[in-house]
Design a protein around this ligand. Structure first.
Ligand code: F6R
Length: 260
């Protein structure tokens, strides 16, 4: 079972996860972090930036992003190349040559998935993968129905995801229709999955991902297949769990040496 940690706010959740990542990086300075975009991981990046101000050196850390839009120029402010650079690489002081984002160039998209998988394998995989969850249940951009064994490939975004992401663009029509995303099989190869969900809008989907059946209909439910998965939610996102009291009890009585 995934460990579910219920925190009072996204900031507390971000600080908790950042502290854990900082410990990993102090232990092994060439740690590999799997990074997500969207609003959810921002408190983690903000807290990691504070760890950096307090002396944490992240310059040896490698990062692999989950996904990218197809057809947006890399220098478009909403391409995930730009977003990762702006929200992760720069504030955390990562070495840009150690940060990879899938290639969403239309001209070479046919081979982009395989190339990213090869890069990930050659690197030795991801230590800790940060994940958000879409309101339709997607992780990465693995939309409902995605194979639980899928690898990095092109996907078509659902109308729901395009509507959810319209806030980042001037008009809803500007949201690309296609993306390239790590597959669920790819994500499951990371050593540790940390799935974050904040706000009432995520309460239903995170309960289904954690407590419902493992199903391609809710791709986030794939975390139930992973031997080390941690789910961090705020109170607003925790309202639909059937076993919330148990999760709180487990976390309160967790031995300190276990970490996240
Ligand atoms: C982004 C990603 C997506 C988001 C999800 C939630 O790289 O992989 O799965 O995590 O769409 O987005 P937010 O956090 O904006 O609610």
């Amino acid at each position: 079972m995934a460990e579910v940690v219920i925190v009072d706010s996204p900031a507390t959740g971000g600080a908790l996860v950042a502290r854990h990542i900082a410990t990993q990086v102090r232990h092994s300075s060439d740690f590999t972090l799997g990074v997500a975009t969207g609003s959810t991981p921002l408190p983690v990046y903000a807290a990691l930036a504070r760890e950096r101000s307090d002396g944490l050196d992240l310059s040896g850390v490698s990062a692999f992003a989950l996904d990218e839009y197809v057809g947006l120029p890399r220098d478009h402010p909403e391409s995930y190349h730009s977003v990762i650079h702006r929200e992760v690489t720069e504030p955390l002081g990562l070495d840009p040559s150690l940060v990879r984002v899938p290639d969403g160039d239309e001209a070479t998209i046919a081979t982009a998935g395989e190339r990213y998988e090869t890069e990930l394998d050659a690197h030795g995989g991801v230590g800790l993968q940060l994940l958000g969850i879409g309101t339709d249940g997607h992780v990465g951009f693995n939309e409902p129905g995605s194979s639980l064994a899928s690898l990095t490939r092109i996907k078509t975004l659902t109308a729901r995801t395009r509507a959810d992401n319209a806030r980042f663009f001037d008009t809803p029509e500007q949201v690309p229709t296609h993306c390239i995303t790590q597959g669920i099989g790819t994500i499951l190869r990371a050593q540790h999955l940390v799935l974050l969900a904040f706000g009432a809008g995520k309460a239903d989907v995170i309960a289904r991902a954690v407590e419902g059946p493992v199903t391609a209909t809710i791709p986030g439910s794939c975390i139930q297949l992973h031997p080390h998965a941690t789910v961090v939610v705020d109170e607003a996102a925790a309202t639909r769990f059937e076993r919330a009291d148990y999760y709180r009890w487990v976390y309160e009585h967790k031995p300190a040496w276990q970490g996240l």
